[in-house]
Ligand binder design. Sequence first.
Ligand code: GRF
Length: 193
Amino acid sequence: MATSIGSKKIRAAVFISGTGSNLHNLIKFSKKRVSPISINIIISNNTKSKGLKFADIYKIKKNIIDFKKKDLAEKKMLKILKENRIDLICLAGFMKILSKKFINNFHGKILNIHPSLLPKYKGLDTHKKVIKNNEKFTGCTVHLVTEKLDSGKIILQKKIRIKKFDTVETIAKRVLTQEHKLYPEAILKLFNF
Ligand code: GRF
């Protein structure tokens, strides 16, 4: 994907539903000179999303979108994204599935971070499944979003070893640390740095 470093950064939106640690990490990355992206809008489907505080802290526009009517929600989001000249969407713990119609508007320009070594363990409860199956490794993946859940082209992955006494919580903690390294690296890779 071409970029315009040296002139303007690529305008990105981050979609969240919860804590927003990946969002916070991406905001910090976006402020670095090397970052090809700026974060211009934060969208959440959840009024209680803790991550929304980062919009206030970093003075980034935020929008809360009610997903009760998905079609309407997506129409609203597309309008906001267009108004804000957004060219890249980073999903970061966004718990809603986007429609094919929405995704087609941003073909190849929606990224997601997933807490497993895809194509293994798509969907929810990845760490639980990893433990149940006695896996030796797990990790995280940044991939392009397509209409098929957690199935688009893989940009980058990081692997961690499962230890004997690991629990869902200890794995989640170590994977999240890796996620915070991975997302910026994947963005740099996507834009050829
Ligand atoms: C991360 O584990 C991410 O991989 C998954 O949801 C979690 C979000 O965490 N999609 P946070 O809200 O970024 O802290």
